[in-house]
Design a binder for this molecule. Sequence first.
Ligand SMILES: [Zn+2]
Length: 298
Amino acid sequence: MTSKFIKKSAIQILIIIGSIALISLFSEIRQTANSNSLAQIPRFGNPPPNLLKPPKPQILPSGAPTPSPKPPEQPLVFAPPAQFRSQIVYKASISDSKVIALTFDDGPTAETLQILKILQKHKAVATFFCLGANLRENPEIAKRVVQAGNAIGNHTWHHFYHNVTEKTAADEIDNTGVHIYRSTGAKSLLFRPPGGRLNNGFADYAKKKNYVVVMWSIDPKDFSQPPAAVIARSVLSQATSGAIVLLHDGGGDRQQTVEAVSAIIPKLKQQGYRFVTVPQLLQMQASQKQQTADQKPK
Ligand SMILES: [Zn+2]
């Protein structure tokens, strides 16, 4: 009985040891098989970027200032409110304040710097419609125009008066736009056609490209170089709120214009006028219209 029991127990122990040995043998075989199959998978040098683990957040020592994230640099854009895109404007209709927009065509030139000085002295701003050819020559002056808070616009590259094909209009306007951006970092959707001509191809192309075509309501004919007093008198006698004044800072000797501007600005300020850029002027009209619409009973 006892020997039978011992025999039975020994057999049971042998079975258990055998089972353990078998299990560990099988698991070893499986591991080898797995590692073999892994070895057959081709390995990539680097994972694609979107599979990379995000870097661990850097823990700053307490008291250290948190670095502020750098805001993405947005280009400055001189654009009219949406309702004026592809439109021609001569002036703005503004009834609730006295504002006026001086505009200077054909620069930037050395005279632009003199005008900037006068504007800064009186804390006034204006809009400069530049020629691509002059922007290429005087990028630093254009930069100062924008840095001083003025608006910049496109006046084509060569100032052609004759009829142009769409291809020429595109070259003239697009290249000038590129040089506005290169010199000032700004984009502009303000366009003034050379000579104010609306039917030679430039204005059509500008409208197609969403520019506002900016004409004027006051022309003191400074281009033909009358005495400064004549230019000043012409502007002062026609001044109204929302007016756009045509002047020139290029295309010839502009000393009369410079002198006239230094007389016009303080006189109009005395009368309560504020000087704004063309986009600001159009924005004021848009906001005023919006306010009127809001006040109407529904
Ligand atoms: Zn011009």
